[in-house]
Design a protein. Structure first.
Length: 749
């Protein structure tokens, strides 16, 4: 795209990333790279049991180890708020007190002069456990008489919710056919390149934290509440973060690190291993039962679903994700009659957290798989069947929600054309599959930013959006450069420090470009307004006769730089102009939930080795509705990266447990896709209708691409071989067994 043809200078251009050179040369400093004078190392002792009572903890030998500054247990936290959690669900202790509820739960921590000394001290801590019965999966947890993870949660149900529309029994009575199926989606790890890392300093009346979080202001709030400090005395610093995908939403290890630093009276750094990170957060596993009624012409009439989410030992985001599944199980399809129930279940496993498109991949796995099964049974083309039932742009997806703002039929057509779709089976026997995802991003409005035009003509942006690798620094810089008509290289974004950075709700839920981008646009426009005002005074001309370009104001053949205007305004003493932007819910053209609909459309062509069950993806095409792609290459990267992450849970990823302990929590044992797994043809399509609520009509993206991958692949396998697998991942062994079942006359496993 040539941005000039659309009246833009840098918006719509795939400019070089502003942080690219720093990252590829190693100059970018991540939390673990920072050197805070006097910092010592922290290590955490974790429970080997999934469920046990703590009978005693003996720490004297550890405390006597030379070089040890502090040994922390729950006994050190009696003067503060012991529990952390999201929203009202504060049920997770910073460190285990009376019981441990999952293998890997922190029971003690050590701060020492170096990591080796800290590890030595950990080995000297003596703990007496009384092992208790544990429940690991959903069926165990909700069984009659099962051990309770928490005494207050009957049958281990953490939270339940439902969605009802019409009369589902009446709908089933009207249906010509009813289909009932069950599906399973496993626990999977976020696999950020950088595990959770934090440095804490408790100095007198101030707490400072340097951390790899996506929620700096949320961490500040939680630390202030736990340690009973005013917000003004808690500072959270964030610069570069090596990926998150939801794993770094809210406080994770920060409260423990602050508690350890408080006792040590020294700054303490904790860098988790991959195994520790896997015990800190993961995606919700799901078991889902679907009952769908359909007429013989393919019209969907009724849908009933019972969804169970494995939230682990503590609620964390479980209730939020549970609520989201009510919408996401529907997909983008019309159902006159609905009855959806969703339950969040406690188990003795690591807590589940936010994960790219919360609840989306799990529920689409069930819905999109069953749709193809219905199409096959009714002898309908799977694409035509979907098109017949697709919600159109402007129609209702869910009662009381904003109508769909995307053209799904248009996106599907583009994807199928690019794939070369002429049926679900190619002439050489390869299978093809499609899948949809619609997600209502939890993009809460409340973002502020300031743009500072300095006396030398350079510009500084302060905003709370965290650079997680998604390219936020580049896009925000583009918006400022566009609004102020300055070269991109003149814009600098300062690292986040909650003492000075304007408030932002969070980085996540596809909200950065849409919500913070709007705040940045408004702040830059405010600074532009002030520059025009100064220029009008200087030129003694109306503002509408003045043009701004390349950091200069021009009128009547004369020009003056922004820097000169600012210096003159401040009596040649330097100074700066400050533009302020605030994006909030009242600004939306049609305030509604959600702010926008994010879509994912995927089409795939696979080849199945019938002797081994190995599946090879030959082609994968994905499409996303960007509204307006401010940086097309980054948009494509986000969508393709999202789809590639989907290949992980499709083919490889799943937490494995034996006797309550995870047995694949290392980089060697936990398999993820590599470059060898890239499809032979892999392409993303950006749909740009300019109708988004963000700057220049942009919408958020990056979460939709992961949703349709697994069902599209499973559908392609089924059309190619007749084998239907209803639990992920689609390992060669599982596919091979499904193929054997087909040969014995049974279609599904």
């Amino acid at each position: 795209m040539n941005p000039q043809t659309h009246g833009f200078s840098v918006i719509g251009a795939s400019v070089s990333r502003v942080d690219g050179i720093d990252k590829v040369t190693g100059r970018a400093k991540y939390t673990g790279d920072l050197i805070i004078p006097g910092t010592i190392e922290g290590k955490i002792l974790r429970s080997p049991y999934a469920h046990a009572r703590l009978r005693s903890i003996e720490t004297k030998a550890a405390e006597a180890t030379p070089g040890v500054a502090a040994v922390l247990t729950a006994a050190d936290l009696t003067d503060i708020g012991l529990y952390i959690g999201r929203g009202q669900n504060k049920d997770q202790p910073i460190i285990a007190a009376d019981r441990v509820l999952f293998a890997g739960q922190p029971v003690a921590a050590v701060a020492a002069e170096d990591a080796g000394v800290a590890e030595e001290a950990l080995s000297k801590i003596r703990i007496e456990y009384e092992e208790l019965p544990a429940v690991i999966d959903i069926d165990e947890a909700i069984a009659e008489g099962a051990p309770l993870v928490h005494s207050f949660a009957a049958r281990n149900i953490c939270f339940s919710t439902e969605l009802v529309k019409g009369d589902v029994e009446e709908g089933f009575a009207q249906a010509d056919a009813i289909f009932e199926d069950s599906f399973e989606f496993p626990m999977v790890y976020h696999y950020s390149v950088e595990p959770h890392t934090a440095i804490a300093l408790v100095d007198g009346n101030e707490i400072q934290i340097w951390t790899s979080t996506g929620h700096p202001f949320g961490v500040r709030q939680e630390i202030a509440e736990i340690f009973r400090y005013p917000l003004s005395n808690v500072r959270v610093h964030v610069n570069f973060v090596g990926g998150a995908y939801g794993s770094k939403s809210g406080a994770k290890i920060e409260p423990l690190v602050v508690a350890l630093a408080r006792k040590a009276r020294r700054p303490v750094r904790v860098v988790q291993s991959v195994s520790e990170a896997m015990a800190t957060s993961r995606r919700h596993a799901i078991k889902c039962r679907l009952k769908t009624g359909v007429r013989k012409d393919g019209t969907l009439i009724a849908k009933q679903a019972e969804i169970y989410l494995n939230t682990g030992a503590y609620a964390e985001t479980g209730p939020i994700v549970t609520g989201r599944t009510l919408t996401r199980i529907l997909g983008p399809y019309r159902y006159p009659h609905l009855k959806i129930k969703s339950h969040c279940v406690y188990t003795n496993t690591p807590s589940a957290a936010s994960f790219r498109s919360i609840g989306g991949p799990q529920t689409a796995w069930a819905t999109e798989s069953q749709l193809d099964m219905i199409a096959h049974a009714l002898r309908l083309d799977p694409v035509d069947f979907r098109i017949k039932n697709l919600v159109k742009k402007g129609e209702e997806v869910r009662p009381k929600y904003k109508p769909l703002d995307a053209d799904l039929s248009k996106g599907l057509k583009l994807v199928l054309e690019k794939l070369g779709w002429d049926g679900a089976l190619t002439r050489d026997g390869r299978g093809r599959g499609v899948g949809f995802g619609t997600t209502d991003p939890g993009a809460p409005l409340a973002s502020t930013s300031t743009v500072h035009a300095l006396a030398d003509g350079s510009v500084v942006l302060l905003c709370g959006t965290v650079e997680l690798g998604q390219g936020a620094k580049t896009v925000m810089s583009q918006i400022v450069a566009e609004e102020l008509s300055v070269p991109l290289e003149r814009v600098t974004i300062r690292p986040i420090d909650t003492a000075f950075t304007p408030f932002d709700r969070s980085t996540g839920s596809s909200r950065s470009t849409t919500v913070m981008g709007k705040a940045v646009e408004l702040a830059a426009a405010d600074a532009r307004r002030q520059i025009l005002q100064l220029a009008a005074e200087y030129f003694e001309a109306p503002e509408e006769t003045i043009t701004l370009k390349d950091g200069e104001a021009r009128a009547g053949g004369r020009k003056i730089s922004y820097g000169e205007l600012i210096r003159r305004h401040f009596a040649m003493q330097g100074g700066e102009l400050v533009g302020r932007g605030y994006a909030h819910s009242g600004m939306a053209r049609e305030p509604a939930n959600p702010l926008f609909w994010e879509i994912g459309i995927g089409a795939v062509e696979v080849e199945v080795d019938r002797e081994t069950g190995k599946v090879r993806v030959r082609k994968y095409i994905t499409a996303a509705d960007a509204g307006k792609a401010l940086h097309p290459l980054q948009c494509e990267g986000q969508d393709e990266g999202s789809a590639m992450m989907g290949f992980g849970h499709t083919f490889y990823e799943s937490y494995q447990f034996e006797a309550g302990q995870m047995i694949n929590s290392t980089l060697l044992d936990y398999k993820v896709p590599t470059f060898d797994d890239l499809p032979d043809e892999f392409e993303s399509i950006l749909i740009e209708d300019g109708n988004g609520p963000g700057p220049y009509g942009a919408k958020g993206l990056g979460e939709g691409g992961i949703i349709p991958v697994a069902p599209a692949v499973a559908n392609a396998i089924a059309w190619s071989t007749g084998a239907r697998v209803k639990s992920l991942p689609l390992t060669p062994e599982k596919v091979w067994r499904a193929l054997r079942e087909v040969s014995h006359g049974n279609e599904t496993v």
